[in-house]
Design a protein around this ligand. Structure first.
Ligand code: SF4
Length: 300
């Protein structure tokens, strides 16, 4: 079969589903390549992760076109035989890192997050083959330490002997053993955690974490615009500042991508996400537009 692939989002991050599709069809002896609009294919796979990208300009020729990915349908999954295939990194020759999962799903069901709806409760999965050209590993687990087999995962990462970047470490559950395990790995760009729920005070958990992992190695995502007040946003950000942890403010985007962040959300993200601004002044002293200091938000 002649297979064409389309990464509808065309963003900078490799599309794992397309790599698995390529790996699956390669093992069957099919020819697999990125689709060209002037060629005819037996089958084209279109993958879309984000709802805001469109596939309107895809006049491709094929006997069959299969569309998949969260951008089309939150419940979209790969057929089991493809999901169990090893990713073919050769479709992204510039990619010099590996993607890895040791678990899917999550123990939580946060109201702003699609993970539980899409992947269900946390469950261990077999790690995939690494990118032969990979220099580090992006661990994409949603909640790495909620996996009951996290120790095996850490052992596997140590054996791989490459720097590791974690995308999902849940500071609410991390204990001393886990913090030590993290610190004993070669970390790339630190550890990424989140403080999304404004009514939960994570100060003590963050303090405990910084006993084992240096604060400057921690980046904390802070969700704003989802049922939080400015006081709750500032409490979280000022606490992170006191502890020396780098924040990354994310204004809430809904699945349909219809919600537009408010000016306040854009301003607080602009302040917090620029290290020199965040470190040098308080949000109330930040002047994003001439004559407008952010302390005015407090009076609105
Ligand atoms: S802990 Fe993270 S991954 Fe899990 S449901 Fe909440 S936001 Fe989603």
């Amino acid at each position: 079969m002649k297979i064409g692939l389309i990464d509808v989002d065309s963003h900078n991050f490799p599309n794992l589903a397309l790599m698995k599709i390529a790996g699956y069809h390669n093992t069957k002896g099919d020819s697999v390549d990125w689709a060209w609009s002037f060629l005819h294919y037996d089958r084209i796979y279109m993958s879309k992760v984000f709802t805001f990208t469109t596939d309107d300009n895809c006049p491709y020729l094929a006997n069959e076109i299969i569309k998949g990915g969260t951008g089309y349908d939150i419940k979209s999954t790969l057929p089991i035989e493809i999901d169990n295939s090893q990713p073919d990194y050769s479709i992204y020759p510039e990619c010099d890192f590996s993607l890895q999962f040791y678990s899917r799903g999550c123990i939580r069901n946060c109201p702003f997050c699609l993970v539980h709806d899409k992947e269900g409760d946390i469950h261990t999965v077999e790690p995939m083959d690494l990118n032969p050209k990979g220099k580090w590993i992006e661990v994409l687990d949603n909640n790495f330490f909620a996996n009951p087999n996290w120790r095996e995962a850490v052992k596997h990462l140590k054996k791989c002997n490459q720097p590791v970047k974690f995308h999902g470490v849940d500071v609410r559950i991390i204990d001393e053993e886990q913090a030590r395990a993290l610190n004993n790995l070669r970390l790339k760009n630190g550890v990424h955690i989140a403080w999304d729920l404004p009514h939960i005070d994570l100060t003590e958990q963050l303090k405990a974490m910084t006993k084992h992992i240096k604060a400057y190695k921690i980046v904390c995502y802070v969700l704003v615009g989802f049922n939080s007040t400015m006081d709750q946003d500032l409490f979280r950000l000022r606490t992170l500042k006191e502890l020396g942890i780098t924040p990354f403010v994310q204004p809430y985007r809904d699945y349909e991508n219809k919600r537009i962040p408010s000016q306040y959300e854009k301003d607080i993200a602009r302040w917090a996400n620029r290290a020199w601004l965040f470190k040098s002044m308080d949000f109330f002293d930040f002047e994003p537009r001439k004559g407008f200091k952010c302390k005015l938000y407090h009076k609105e």
